[in-house]
Design a protein around this ligand. Structure first.
Ligand code: CLF
Ligand code: SF4
Length: 485
């Protein structure tokens, strides 16, 4: 599990000692940062409508409470979605979770949402069901969710104070009436919190998503974190507002900016520190689209267009999937054993080491990693579309963020030539002490060095490489340069 900045606790502190919870998160890529290196999710876009209006949303696009703004998913019927799930399950065997996250609000479209889940639950017993909602209608569907064995529910809670809420939500539609202003936010908040409490009472694992909107709810989100933790939420995912005029949203058109990666990390750190909410924080969200397919950092949706599954008879290879998962688990066990031998902590109490108490060293540096997954530094610097940002230090390798960049190299013809892309990548990594990648060209190597970021060519386990390079850099650097990044 991702996420701790405090010295003693982590993204999965007390709750993961419960074996039942450890089991639930073990192969869920969003609820466990470690699992997201190995397991994939898929979404099916079966829920078009929404019952509220967020100022960061334009209905032409997917729900921005769970998705990257500005992308539009193709809508499916439950039957088509079911066929797609079976096809993806046989092609991408590490796909372990089906999420319904839009493109509107799943619970504003209960029929297609639950029909899809019923079909999948019937024929695909090893797929976890996951749901993401704005929460307005959550209390009325809690029993249905429990009956379907939906084990993971995400509720987007951007405020608990209607005064803050009225700057985010212009209106809601509830029980056939439209509400505006503070009254709208009051109803929304009450419903969200009541739904959360009812779910956690039934031992359904809940994650809360919050969109960080600087100047509107950024300070307030620590209080949100504290409140949802009190109601039993397992994980808090603070995501950055992504706001551009071309998205046509209220915030985009009025110039409301999103946070920088550094501002986002600072808020996430506050939420989990002792003087904040001491909440488990998710650090590896990719704000994926409502029809996303694949590992969190990738989107293989183009391989599964409707013509590949519509009207086809598709079987379900349960035995083949189980075998693939067993292989993944064997590799994870090996990686965990290496960590243990080298005495490296990822800051998490993992299911395989539930009793370990992670202790963050006093001095750490940030290290960026280029990876295609599987726990290994295995990507060329120029091929990376994102970097994973780790805290590295003696015996410490903790994932704290992922950052998108423009792929620098798109093949031999334009590799190492786009200086502006390289400049932007270096700016994005400016607070990192080193970049770990399997290969790097001369141009970017020199540019990184000039910016004071050490390029390290390496092909090894991420945790091992981050801890080793981090330990060396902490020792090499002057005391004034290290500390909490
Ligand atoms: Fe999908 Fe969401 Fe379930 Fe994950 S996504 S419904 S909990 S299976 Fe994950 Fe994607 Fe972030 Fe969501 S990375 S946007 S948190
Ligand atoms: Fe848009 Fe999602 Fe908000 Fe509905 S809940 S208005 S779909 S961002």
């Amino acid at each position: 599990m991702s996420g701790c900045a405090s010295t003693t606790s982590c993204g999965t502190s007390a709750p993961v000692q419960d074996p039942e919870i450890a089991q639930k998160i073990a192969n869920h890529p969003c609820y466990s940062a470690e699992a997201h290196q190995y397991y994939a999710r898929m979404h099916v876009a079966v829920a078009p409508g929404c019952n509220i209006q967020c100022n960061f949303c334009n209905r032409k696009f997917d729900c921005a409470n769970e998705s990257r703004p500005g992308v539009t998913s193709t809508l499916l019927t439950p039957e088509d979605a079911f066929a797609k799930v079976k096809l993806v399950a046989s092609e991408i065997k590490q796909m372990s979770v089906l999420g319904i996250a839009g493109p509107g609000d799943p619970l504003a479209n209960p029929k297609p949402t639950f029909r899809t889940m019923e079909l999948v639950a019937r024929d695909c017993p090893d797929i976890k069901l996951c749901l993401s909602t704005n929460g307005l209608r959550l209390p009325e569907f809690v029993d249905r969710i429990a009956d379907l064995n939906v084990d993971h529910v995400t509720i987007t809670i951007n405020m608990i104070d209607p005064e803050v809420g009225e700057r985010i939500y212009p209106w809601i539609t509830w029980r056939g009436r439209r509400y505006t202003g503070r009254e709208a936010s009051k109803i929304l908040s009450e419903q969200q919190l009541a739904g959360l409490a009812a779910l956690t009472e039934r031992k359904i694992l809940c994650k809360v998503n919050s969109v960080m909107i600087p100047g509107i709810n950024d300070e307030h989100l620590v209080e949100v974190s504290r409140t949802v933790k009190g109601l039993g939420a397992f994980l808090h995912n603070v995501m950055p507002l992504v706001s551009a005029p071309e998205h046509g949203t209220h915030f985009g058109l009025t110039g409301q900016r999103g946070p920088t990666p550094q501002e986002l990390k600072a808020l996430q750190d506050r939420c989990e520190q002792d003087d904040g909410a001491e909440m488990n924080m998710m650090r590896h969200c990719r704000q994926c689209r409502a029809d996303a397919v694949g590992l969190l950092g990738e989107d293989r949706g183009d391989e599964f267009l409707p013509e590949t599954f519509r009207g086809r008879e598709i079987g379900y290879d349960l035995a083949g999937r189980q075998q693939a998962h067993e292989e993944i688990e064997r590799w994870r066990t090996e990686v965990a054993a290496t960590r243990q031998t080298l005495n490296i902590s990822t800051g998490a109490r993992t299911p395989d080491a539930p009793a370990a108490e992670p202790v963050r060293p006093d001095e750490v540096v940030l290290v960026a990693v280029a990876t295609k997954g599987s726990g290994v530094v295995n990507q060329h610097f120029g091929h990376a579309g994102e970097f994973w940002i780790y805290e590295g230090g003696p015996g410490w390798a903790r994932l704290v963020q992922t950052r998108d960049v423009d792929r620098y190299c798109n093949g031999p013809s334009d590799c190492d030539e786009d200086a502006s892309k390289l400049d932007r990548t270096i700016e994005m990594l400016s607070d990192c002490a080193a970049v770990l990648c399997s290969k790097i060209g001369l141009g970017p190597r020199e540019a990184l060095e000039e910016a004071g970021i050490e390029p390290v060519e390496i092909y090894d386990l991420i945790d091992k490489a981050v801890a080793e390079v981090g330990a060396r850099l902490v020792t090499d650097r002057a005391p004034a340069e290290v500390g909490t990044p």
